[in-house]
Write a protein that binds this ligand. Structure first.
Ligand SMILES: CC(=O)N[C@H]1CCN(c2c(Cl)cnc3[nH]c(-c4cn(C)nc4C)nc23)C1
Length: 275
């Protein structure tokens, strides 16, 4: 079936279209069912006019090329794509439990066990991506989905689809970018390790580490790596060490799978020769 998916020319008639799941700058994401297999998917519809206006077609092609070759339980699958006169359609894996940031908003912050589980999955997905020289998967909460068994899925093509109630810090947030990104100099895989630390902080405290009212303040805090841990909620020193190591530039390590003992996050890192 998978090889068929790669060779097969899909058309809109192959799908029954269901409810909208999210709406964005370039189009909408709909729940859909492939008629022959009854397979439930998420169909992302992008308007060619919008893509042309923003000159992002080649970026879309590259992102689709990358995404369609990634096979990992914590990376949302791209099964295929097709287009018609006006639109481009991406056939994506459907994540049954929706968006992680909504879950985070609902419970304010996650327990260490839950945060460790998500960060370990993200670490595995990033190690897989870096192994294939794919970097910068743009891992902010808006791009993380939850599968039917509660597993985390990185869902991004570099376009975030804005669902109906967008997060306040979402519009053009700098929160997740490391110094080299906000200074827009070349970056390498360690960008993702930085973002992992930022995300781990937000899972545990409910807010990203460098959040500030003005963009300029966020920018300054990132560049100065102005990392402070609130007194509440109580977070283990192991978790703070993980966040500090990930954010304070000891980027030469790739995180082996995070283990937790009694709610503690213990970092098992192995140093890797610089590639
Ligand atoms: C960054 C991003 O792409 N955000 C979302 C919009 C919908 N889309 C989905 C994509 Cl691309 C895949 N699976 C999804 N599942 C859901 C969803 C499920 N529930 C119960 N509620 C929602 C919402 N949404 C998706 C991605």
């Amino acid at each position: 079936e998978v090889s068929g998916a790669e060779k097969k020319r899909w058309t809109l008639n192959d799908f029954d279209i269901g409810k909208p799941l999210g709406r964005g700058k370039f189009g909408h994401v709909y729940l859909a069912r492939e008629k022959r297999s009854n397979h439930i998917v998420a169909l992302k519809v992008l308007f060619k006019s919008q893509l042309q206006q923003s000159q992002v077609e080649h970026q879309l092609r590259r992102e689709v090329e990358i995404q369609s070759h990634l096979r990992h339980p914590n990376i949302l699958r791209l099964y295929g794509y097709f287009y018609d006169q006006k639109r481009v359609y991406l056939i994506l894996e459907y994540a049954a439990k929706g968006e992680l940031y909504k879950e985070l908003q609902k419970c304010k912050y996650f327990s260490e066990r839950r945060a460790a589980t998500y960060v370990a999955s993200l670490a595995r997905a990033l190690i897989y991506c870096h192994g294939k020289h794919v970097i910068h998967r743009d891992i902010k909460p808006e791009n993380l989905l939850i599968g039917a068994q509660g597993e985390l899925k990185i869902a991004d093509f570099g376009w975030s689809v804005h669902t109906f109630n967008r997060r306040r810090t979402m519009c053009g947030t700098l929160d997740y970018l490391p110094p080299e990104m906000v200074e827009s100099v070349e970056h390498d895989a360690s960008v993702d390790i930085w973002s992992l630390g930022v995300l781990c902080y937000e899972f545990l405290y409910g807010v990203p580490p460098f959040e500030a009212k003005e963009h300029s303040d966020t920018y300054r805090r990132i560049v100065q790596v102005d990392l402070k841990f609130p007194l509440k909620p109580i977070v283990s020193s192991a978790a703070k060490d993980l966040i500090s190591q990930s954010i304070n530039g000891s980027h030469q390590f790739s995180i082996e799978i995070l283990k937790y003992v009694d709610n503690d996050i213990r970092l098992k890192s192995m140093t890797k020769p610089m590639q």
